[in-house]
Design a protein around this ligand. Structure first.
Ligand code: CA
Length: 405
């Protein structure tokens, strides 16, 4: 693996800080007015696969508005296709501008059909912060937390692509002083900064951590919208239900595991040795800088969070291994949310709940407003990039705007 930029005949892909250099090649689904189809981001453009003569993969795999069929074709095809596209777009190959569509002229759609969505709770700082607020510092982490990546089965049906608006949910609310619950719009609507891992291989039996890593196809940014007041009333004993079912927003480009190889890093030191079926067998997290901007209705932007994916206690491979531990079959297109990525410092917290400490310490925004939770008209934008010496790997943006209940 090289830390150097691989140059392309697409000039914008060679610019410093370009999110989509030839080293990246993320996969998306776009529509430029002539139908939704698969494409690969390169610089300011999308390589329209319908136009490219391909040897490594059948065009039928791309003649549909999702990457699921390609994922199902297997890791040998994944590698051969990436090699071929790298060669096709390389600066030594003949330029073919007719194969390119400007990203500015295309609408991005969900890049894959989400089979099922599972959300984990694998960030130690987030789990500690939330546990401290709800149970006090002595019982912040649940007793199972340091032994398994705990999670719950979420809803695939409400996963949406960046740019979709999100309606403030209604739900049952009951404050600590209320005798009975009422049905009303959530007053504590929140975002969660996460990375989503995409399963690219069907399985029928328990996966080892190595097998799980091999089965992962790629990663997206993921905002797991959360209604804290609905959650507080409903979550015991079976966990979040309606509080997390309104919407989950993902970024439109699948950044492949292959593109992230140079950025592998290890999980943190363990308090307890993990049981064998969850033990790390190598570096399976990634060094990815993450940020969140809050944009008010008037357009004022405030950077509210900066953290790194390497803060997670469990990797996606460990989460997938755990998910299959009972024999649960996993399928192509399954989406695994990492859990909120928070760092140790206040400005590294990945949710409003933590940033405002449950509303006790509201955030000051750039236009002088304050926020404890999200208001109607607020937009939340997640961004991510992995930085090498000569290039960076960007994820595109993951944006959602709150509309009134
Ligand atoms: Ca979550």
């Amino acid at each position: 693996m090289t830390n150097e930029l691989i140059k392309s005949w697409v000039e914008s892909a060679n610019a410093p800080n370009c999110a989509f250099p030839l080293n990246n090649l993320p996969y998306g689904v776009f529509n430029d007015g002539s139908g939704a189809r698969c494409g690969v981001a390169i610089g300011d453009f999308i390589l329209d696969l319908a136009q490219v003569p391909l040897k490594s993969a059948n065009h039928d795999l791309f003649a549909q508005p999702s990457w699921n069929a390609f994922m199902d074709a297997g890791a040998d095809i994944w590698a051969a296709f990436r090699d071929e596209i790298t060669s096709v777009l390389h600066e030594d190959s003949p330029p073919a501008p007719a194969w390119l569509v400007a990203q500015s002229s295309a609408e991005m759609l969900l890049p894959f059909a989400v089979t099922e969505f599972t959300d984990f709770f694998a960030g130690r700082h987030h789990a500690t912060n939330v546990g401290t607020m709800f149970r006090g510092p002595d019982h912040a982490l649940p007793p199972n937390w340091l032994h398994i990546p705990i999670g719950y089965n979420g809803r695939a049906s409400s996963v949406v692509v960046s740019g979709c608006s999100v309606r403030r949910p209604h739900g049952q609310l009951k404050g600590p002083q209320d005798e009975l619950p009422r049905f009303a719009p959530s007053m504590r609507f929140d975002f969660e900064l996460e990375i989503g891992a995409i399963v690219g291989k069907n399985s029928a039996a328990r996966l080892s951590v190595d097998e799980a890593d091999d089965a992962l196809f790629g990663y997206v940014l993921l905002n797991d919208w959360s209604a804290r007041d609905i959650q507080a009333w409903e979550y015991q004993p079976l966990g979040p239900f309606q509080a997390k079912a309104t919407a989950t927003t993902i970024s439109p480009w699948i950044v492949t595991k292959a593109a992230l190889e140079p950025f592998r890093t290890s999980t943190p030191e363990r308090d307890f040795e993990l049981l064998d079926h969850l033990k790390d067998t190598g570096p399976m997290l990634y060094d990815i800088d993450l940020a969140v901007d809050l944009i008010t209705q008037s357009g004022a932007e405030t950077r509210i969070t900066e953290t790194n994916y390497a803060e997670m206690y469990y990797s996606a491979a460990q989460q997938l291994a755990h998910h299959s531990a009972c024999g649960c079959p996993m399928r192509v297109g399954d989406l695994l949310g990492s859990g909120t990525v928070s760092g140790a410092e206040k400005h590294q917290r990945g949710s409003m709940l933590e940033l405002s400490w449950g509303g006790k310490d509201p955030l000051l925004l750039s236009d002088g407003q304050t926020r404890s939770f999200l208001e109607d008209g607020d937009s939340v934008r997640l961004s991510g990039r992995a930085q090498a010496a000569g290039y960076c790997i960007g994820f595109g943006e993951c944006l959602g705007t709150i509309t009134p209940a």
